[in-house]
Design a binder for this molecule. Structure first.
Ligand code: IYR
Length: 220
């Protein structure tokens, strides 16, 4: 496909406005937490579609957009997902995760019980497309993990700014999602994201981000 350049610009802002805006965003984003106690309060389909449309603006390797979103609010399918996820998680917590991993998870208070998979009004499952058929030929996608990770991050941000709670859930292994949701063999489940409101007395673990100096090096 030919290169077709088109004009691009961003509305200029002065640095003070940029800093104030960023600090406001930072304060908002600092309140984002992974939620494991969801209420069943419904969320309209068109809101979920807009949130996914935000994720779909993400950049991707060679603009292949190697993602597919499945939004589930069907109670029967949510139950099927919960049953399959809890089966894998039970095995993981009992036999698959080594002691060091279980110890690392202790501050999060997680276990094999995943009631939120049935209670949260929506489960958004992001699939990663590892290859595509182009002109009858199987072609790899480029940087699919990075691309889908970017889309997932933008989805979480959009949900938070809309006032919704999310969880980045990765039951392991999660190939059951491809079967339950009838996705093709070029797609690999990437993340299972319950979306909803926290319960009235929702609790989250008391954990903190590292200080910025620990994750930021300046060379100037
Ligand atoms: N998938 C399991 C275990 C788990 C693993 C990590 I890494 C976490 O950050 C949290 C949980 C579960 O969802 O319980």
């Amino acid at each position: 496909m030919a290169y077709v350049p088109i004009p691009y610009s961003i509305e200029p802002q002065d640095p003070g406005t940029m800093l104030a805006g960023t600090q406001k965003l930072l304060a908002q984003m600092r309140t984002r937490r992974s939620c494991r106690e969801f209420s069943d309060k419904p969320i309209p389909k068109d809101l979920i579609e807009s949130l996914i449309a935000v994720a779909h603006t993400a950049p991707s390797g060679a603009n292949r957009q190697p993602w597919h979103f499945v939004a589930v609010d069907d109670p029967t399918i949510k139950k099927e997902i919960r049953v399959a996820a809890e089966k894998e998680e039970r095995e993981s917590y009992t036999n698959r995760m080594p002691p060091a991993w279980l110890e690392a998870l202790e501050p999060l208070g997680t276990d094999e019980h995943k009631p939120f998979l049935e209670i949260a009004p929506w489960l958004v499952v992001i699939f990663q497309e590892n290859w595509v058929m182009i002109d009858g030929q199987k072609q790899p996608n480029y940087y699919p993990v990075e691309s889908v990770g970017l889309a997932a991050g933008m989805f979480l941000t959009a949900c938070h700014l809309a006032g919704l709670a999310t969880l980045t859930h990765t039951p392991s292994p999660m190939k059951f999602l491809r079967e339950i949701l009838h996705r093709p063999e070029n797609e690999k489940p990437f993340l299972l994201i319950p979306v909803g409101y926290p319960t009235a007395n929702c609790k989250v673990p008391k954990i903190e981000k590292k200080p910025i100096e620990e994750v930021l090096q300046w060379n100037r």
